[in-house]
Design a binder for this molecule. Sequence first.
Ligand SMILES: [Ca+2]
Ligand SMILES: [Ca+2]
Ligand SMILES: [Ca+2]
Ligand SMILES: [Ca+2]
Length: 273
Amino acid sequence: MVAVFAGCGFQPSPASGDAPGSDAAGSGSDTDQDMDGVADAVDNCPTTANADQRNRDHDAWGDACDLCPHLATATDPDLDGDKVGDSCDPRQGVTDHLALFNGFYDPASISGWTASSGMWSLYGNALHQDAPNPGDRLFASPAAFQRVAVTTSFVVGTASPNRAIGFCTGYIMGVQQYCCTVQDGSSGPEVVSTWIYPGMAAQAKSPWTGTFAPDDRIQLAQNPANGNQCSASQGTTTVSATGSVGPSTVGKLEFYTASTTASYDYVFIVELD
Ligand SMILES: [Ca+2]
Ligand SMILES: [Ca+2]
Ligand SMILES: [Ca+2]
Ligand SMILES: [Ca+2]
C-alpha cells in the first residue's frame, strides 16, 4: 500500500530581533510584531510569523527561527553568521544555508514526498514506516538541491535479519545515489555504512558499537563536505564511515528501510553553497 502526502512545505527562516518571550524596549511593538496572532510575550519566534508555534526540540526557540531546530539549546551561537547554528553547522566558517527542516508533524508538512513502496504514515509527530518489507522507500524532492548535508533521527520499531535503516541523497531510482545507513553486516556485526546505489558498492563501513534493536533511538547524518561521511549517534556514542567521494548533484532525498520498521523524528537539510 502506498501513501501519498500533499500540502504545504515548510521553510524555516531564522529570525533576528527579540528573543522568544521577550520584548526589548524600542525593538518592536508590545503586542504582535510578526502579526501571527501570538502575542510577543508568549511567541517563540517574535519576529517570524509562526502561528503553529511548532518547536520540535522543546527549547526556547520555535522551529521557524531556531538555528538548530532539532537540537535543544539554551542559546544558538552562529560564529560564521550563516544562520545555521554552530552545533549543527556542517561547515564551520563557510557560508551555507538551511534548506529544509521538517518535523513530521502532520501530512501537510511533507508536501512533495511520495511513498514508492511500503506503507508510510504520519501520526504522533513522527513519520512511520510500518511495513517491514525489504527496500521500503519514501522519496522527497523538496527542491532542486545541490550538495546537501542531511541529519535525521529515528526510533527502531521491529528489526529482522538483513535489516537496514537510513537515507539516500541523489537522483531517483536507477541513477546514482549516496546512502547513509545503519545495517546488519549480513554475516557479521552491525555496521555504519556509506555506499552508492545502484551496485550497493560500500565506500566505507565502520562497526556500529551501539545496538539496533526495538526502541533504540539513533541519529544519522550524512556530510558530503567531509568525503561523504555517514555518522550514526546513539547518546554520546558516534560512529562514522567516510567514503572517498561525495555527491556532486542531488535532487532527491529518500528514506529507506529494509526488514525493519522505524519512526523518523525529523529531517534537517543544509545545502552547501
Ligand atoms: Ca507574534
Ligand atoms: Ca511568531
Ligand atoms: Ca526549538
Ligand atoms: Ca553557522
